[in-house]
Design a binder for this molecule. Structure first.
Ligand SMILES: Cc1cc2nc3c(=O)[nH]c(=O)nc-3n(C[C@H](O)[C@H](O)[C@H](O)COP(=O)(O)O)c2cc1C
Length: 213
C-alpha cells in the first residue's frame, strides 16, 4: 500500500476538528462538500387554497421508469409547510431557477408564517396550468408536476425523503436535443452550492453511453 499523493496541496480536516468549529462554519463547509445541486422552487397549496413556495436544492433523480424524483425535507420544525401541503393535496410543482429570479428564490427560504404566500412576499408570479391545483412560478422556463407517492423519515437526523412521480413537464422546445437530453444551461438554469452559493451553468460535452472497451 502506498500513500495517496494528491496533485493539489490539500488541507486535511478530520471529523473531530470539524466538531470544534461553530455550527454555522461547520454547516457551510459540510453543505458545500457534496457539490453543486439543482436549484428548484417547490410550489404547493394548502387545504384552504393558500399557496406556498420554497427553495429546495437537495433534489435527486430516483429512476426514469417509473419517473421518480425525491427531495430531502429538513426536520418539520425548520421546514414545515411544503411537506405538509404535499401530504394534504398530493400534488406539487417544481420550477427551476434562472439568473433573473435567484434572489427572489433565495428569499423564499425565510421563515414566513403559515398562511403567508411567498409569491406575495417575493414578487414571483404564481401561475396555473391544465387543472393542476399547485402553483407554478411563471418566471421559470422549466417546470414539472409531481404526484406525491411516499415519504420516508430518516431517523438518523429527523429529515424526510419525499418521493413524487412525474406527471407533466413544461420545457422550451429549443433546449431539447434529438435524443431527449435537456440542455438546461441553454435555458439559463442555475446551480446552487450549500444554501447561499449560486452558479451559472455551462455544458462542456455530452458523451456516448460508456461501454467496456
Ligand atoms: C439554496 C437553498 C437550498 C435549500 N434547500 C433545502 C432543501 O433541500 N431541503 C429543505 O428542507 N430546505 C432547504 N432550504 C431551506 C428552505 O427553503 C426553508 O426551510 C423554507 O423556509 C422551507 O419552507 P416551507 O416551510 O414552506 O417548506 C434551502 C434554502 C436555500 C436558500
Amino acid at each position: 500500500m502506498t500513500n495517496v499523493t494528491s496533485p493539489v496541496m490539500s488541507k486535511h480536516f478530520s471529523l473531530s476538528e470539524l466538531q470544534t468549529w461553530d455550527r454555522f462554519t461547520r454547516a457551510n463547509f459540510i453543505n458545500s462538500l457534496s457539490g453543486f445541486k439543482s436549484l428548484s422552487l417547490i410550489g404547493t397549496v394548502n387545504s384552504k387554497g393558500i399557496s406556498n413556495l420554497a427553495v429546495f436544492s437537495n433534489i435527486v433523480h430516483l429512476g426514469a421508469d417509473p419517473a421518480l424524483i425525491g427531495f430531502i425535507n429538513r426536520p418539520l420544525s425548520a421546514a414545515p409547510h411544503t411537506i405538509r401541503n404535499i401530504q394534504e393535496t398530493g400534488i406539487y410543482t417544481v420550477n427551476l431557477v434562472t439568473e433573473s429570479m435567484y434572489k427572489q428564490a433565495h428569499q423564499t427560504s425565510a421563515k414566513y408564517p403559515d398562511g403567508v404566500s411567498e409569491f406575495e412576499m417575493t414578487g414571483l408570479t404564481q401561475a396555473y396550468r391544465d387543472g393542476c391545483i399547485a402553483p407554478f412560478v411563471a418566471e421559470s422556463p422549466v417546470q414539472y408536476v409531481l404526484k406525491f407517492e411516499q415519504v420516508m423519515p430518516i431517523e438518523l437526523n429527523g429529515t424526510f425523503l419525499v418521493i413524487g412521480s412525474l406527471q407533466e413537464a413544461y420545457v422550451p422546445a429549443e433546449i431539447q436535443d434529438e435524443d431527449g437530453f435537456l440542455d438546461l444551461a441553454k435555458a439559463g438554469i442555475l446551480s446552487s452550492l450549500g444554501t447561499n452559493g449560486y452558479y451559472k451553468t455551462e455544458k462542456i460535452a455530452t458523451l456516448p453511453y460508456a461501454k467496456v472497451n
